[in-house]
Design a protein around this ligand. Sequence first.
Ligand code: BG6
Length: 523
Amino acid sequence: MATIAAPSAAPAEIINPFREGLRLEGATTPCLLVIFGASGDLTKRKLLPAIYNLAQASLLPPSFAMIGFASTQMDDAQFRDVLRDAVANSSEVRVRDPAVLAYLQQRCYYISGDFGDPAAFGALKAQLGVLDQRYGTSGNRIFYTATPASLYPPIAEKLHESALTVPEPGLGHFVRIIVEKPFGHDLASAKMLNAELEKFFQEGQIYRIDHYLGKETVQNILVLRFANGIFEPIWNRRYVDSVQITVAESLGIEDRGKFYEETGVVRDVIQNHALQLLSLVAMEPPLTFDARDFRDEKIRVVEAVHPICKEDVPNAAVRGQYGPGFVAGVNVPGYRQERNVAPDSIVPTYAAFKFTVDNWRWAGVPFYVRSGKRMPKRVTEIAMQFKEVPHLPFRKSQVEMIAGNVLSLRIQPDEGITLKFGAKVPGPVMRIRSVAMDFDYGATFGTEDASPYERLILDCMKGDQTLFDRDDGVEAAWSLIDPILQVWQEHPTVKFSNYAAGTWGPAEADELLARDGKSWRLL
Ligand code: BG6
């Protein structure tokens, strides 16, 4: 039975450390943010630091408060301590300002209750009413479900039963819900989740988050392509030989064994983050960056990706699982030895796919996509490999290590863009070598990037869905992934582990490219 803490009393004096002039254009309207799963890892590691950073940057609306909701027993004071610790421990917090922390703590409340308990939702509703009065939040609400996807439907239903899914008549302008990835387990469950959410919320109220879209370098793919005249004319099958998308992590699964056993790399990273990168790099120019135009084009290209049908899976998809090994000189256990992982687990921690896109721009150009845990280093990169010149008027002996032009978009870390091209080595004879023209984010802009969650929470406050997934978008991505996962489920015969921690994945991944006469980039 849930115990519901009484709302703590109004603070004697409401601190406001903001200087008016600091507020940015397009600032958000007043709102109350409710975080379901407030005692969980995501809240502590990502959401609370992001909200603090927004406060610190004067980007929160002046009328703001938040309520944490979870089954863990806690009161307001303890949740404020959770906020304090999250800010203290996060490497994403840029400036630690006690006045900002105090300001936010004062606006921070907690309800402990079960996600299926009507009484807890009754308490939430009452609390929302009290805080609206106290902070002038005008009945505007954002519900953030930092919970497993299986809890979205009961939460949405209980919100509906408590009449919390629509603005109260005469009060408030919006009610929005943010839902986390992975959105479902497969196509059928994603459709079910969409249907369940859409029973109680309009599509325009639903914000499906994929934090990759909140990254500066990911958004910059669009700027590079659509705000410059020189790239778009060559961004097609006539000039591009192949594309490689790598999302490599040196970390293992940390303490998320239970989650990972149900998820694996394809559901965790490829269905969402990696396919977002593919869609941004391959999409047609949108008419505008309005949510509708942008998402229409983004989804259209995912729908144009040639489905890897069951018969093609052995030729176009590779799976791997790490065994014990060394990462950065440290001896680490294999996946099957991790906590909460079955000793005979067949869950992949690495996958590589060869996709093609069936449209005029990309017909015949392979998009190789790979992601893995316990790779030698953390690196996310998109590399556009351009075709070789049709005729090389230099002798072989004059050309050292020249491997065609590559434009690499370094998403993280070491954010930037590099163009590789051949240059003449100084000297009396003609010798050519590959050199790099480099753009470095940090050196150029000299600012630390906001975390993706800051940008996305802010966009939700502004009512901008552009960088969130639409129902048909997540379903299109699952449609591509489903047949592969099914074949792997039906044929669990690969001998895992098949790559050592600290290496670039199984030998089959190299063979996937070798069959096309290519190899993975050395990163
Ligand atoms: C998350 C996955 O969505 O993305 C994690 O659940 C993964 O397993 C993480 O480590 C990677 O995000 P980033 O921003 O560190 O590349």
